[in-house]
Design a protein around this ligand. Structure first.
Ligand SMILES: Cc1cc2nc3c(=O)[nH]c(=O)nc-3n(C[C@H](O)[C@H](O)[C@H](O)COP(=O)(O)O)c2cc1C
Length: 358
């Protein structure tokens, strides 16, 4: 049994346990981040959907609740340039579902997503301890700006090529995202279907390919999974779905219930909600929209065009039409009490990991 769960990466990050609470757009909050960081893990805030002033206030809130290291995460996105035709076609495809929810026909949007460069400049200015990125790659000068601001940089990779690209840009840490992971695929090189690599295969191959420390993400729900990831050469494990049913999770009760009811075969990846492949619990929306899988606009256009549907589905308590992001191991959440505190979860995960090595 290891005397502690310390790894070179936990020492560099200044955290007690090799446990990262994954950033989750719509699922992570400053309270969750602070609770995890105070418990000895690395809390992560998803800031991809936040305006610069919201990033500032949420970082201030985290800083007011913890003096330990934490991570802020962004989506690397180009400015979207949708054509009128693709927006009109996407709105037509969504119209039957809008009508069912009592929504008037959708219109092209003025606003599709926050400006990445403004979000990035805000992060540099805030000088946060750790920053992570998904959906794309930073260039070397951008990574250097973050280093000068005192931030460690994590790049998400779903393949060896992506891990090597982040290493070449100067990133400090690779987050290897296996296909089991809940939420969006981070793929940015090649076709996403070619990067659906399971964690058991992906982690050791990325560990062997790069000189950087690796955080393993995807399908890890308990200490056995963390021990497995460490055995494969990762220096920490990132868990998202496990924290979605914690006390600090803000998700809709119907989403929480679906996670608790899920089984090994409940999830699939789909582009239909957002235009980027993302793993969630299969529901009526996904199956009805599956015929359009290949011809819907890419992220963030479809994401913006389905926003009203997802909000209305929440108000109507219609889990059949909500996005129910969750990983392949979501059913394992039933091994915990619903609403376990994030701090208890971190401590329990650490104990289970030590027991798994024993
Ligand atoms: C609801 C949800 C939202 C997510 N949002 C983000 C995000 O904004 N940025 C990111 O890098 N990863 C995001 N992820 C991925 C998680 O950070 C984490 O890597 C993943 O959940 C790990 O796999 P698991 O769900 O099997 O634990 C999200 C995952 C979920 C479930």
């Amino acid at each position: 049994m290891p005397r502690s769960l310390s790894t070179p990466l936990t020492q560099r990050l200044g955290i007690a346990f090799p446990i990262v609470q994954g950033p989750m757009n719509g699922g992570s909050t400053p309270a969750m981040v602070a609770a995890v960081s105070n418990a000895g893990g690395l809390g992560s805030l998803a800031a991809g959907g936040l305006a610069p002033n919201e990033i500032r206030s949420q970082v201030a809130s985290i800083r007011a609740q913890t003096s330990n290291p934490f991570n802020i995460n962004l989506f690397v996105l180009d400015k979207p340039t949708p054509t009128d035709d693709e927006v009109r076609c996407a709105l037509d495809q969504l119209q039957p579902i809008r009508a069912e929810l009592g929504l008037v026909p959708g219109q092209p949007q003025e606003f599709y997503c926050e400006d990445f460069q403004q979000q990035f400049d805000t992060l540099v200015d805030l000088r946060v301890p750790v920053v992570s990125f998904t959906f794309g790659l930073l260039d070397a000068p951008s990574v250097q700006r973050l280093h000068k601001a005192g931030s460690l940089v994590i790049g998400t990779a779903t393949s060896i090529a992506e891990a090597l690209a982040w290493e070449a840009s100067g990133a400090d840490i690779i987050c290897a995202q296996g296909t089991e992971a809940g939420g969006h695929r981070g793929t940015f090189l090649g076709h996403p279907d070619n990067s659906m690599i399971g964690s058991l295969a992906l982690i050791p191959q990325i560990v062997d390919a790069v000189a950087l420390p690796v955080i393993a993400a995807g399908g890890i729900m308990d200490g056995r999974g963390i021990a497995a990831a460490l055995t494969l050469g990762a220096q920490a494990a990132q868990l998202g779905t496990a924290f979605l049913t914690s006390a600090e999770s803000p998700i809709h009760p119907a989403w929480r219930k679906e996670i608790r009811l899920s089984t090994d075969t409940s999830t699939r990846t789909s582009r239909t909600f957002t235009g980027r492949a993302a793993r969630g619990i299969t529901n009526d929306y996904m199956t009805r929209m599956a015929e359009h899988e290949q011809d819907i606009p890419s992220y963030p256009i479809q994401n913006a065009l389905t926003m009203e549907i997802r909000k209305a589905a929440g108000v109507a308590n219609r889990s059949d039409l909500m996005s129910l992001w969750a990983g392949q191991a979501a059913g394992m959440s039933r091994s915990r009490d619903d609403g376990v505190s994030a701090a208890t979860l971190v401590n329990t995960l650490a104990k289970e990991t030590i027991a798994a090595f024993g």
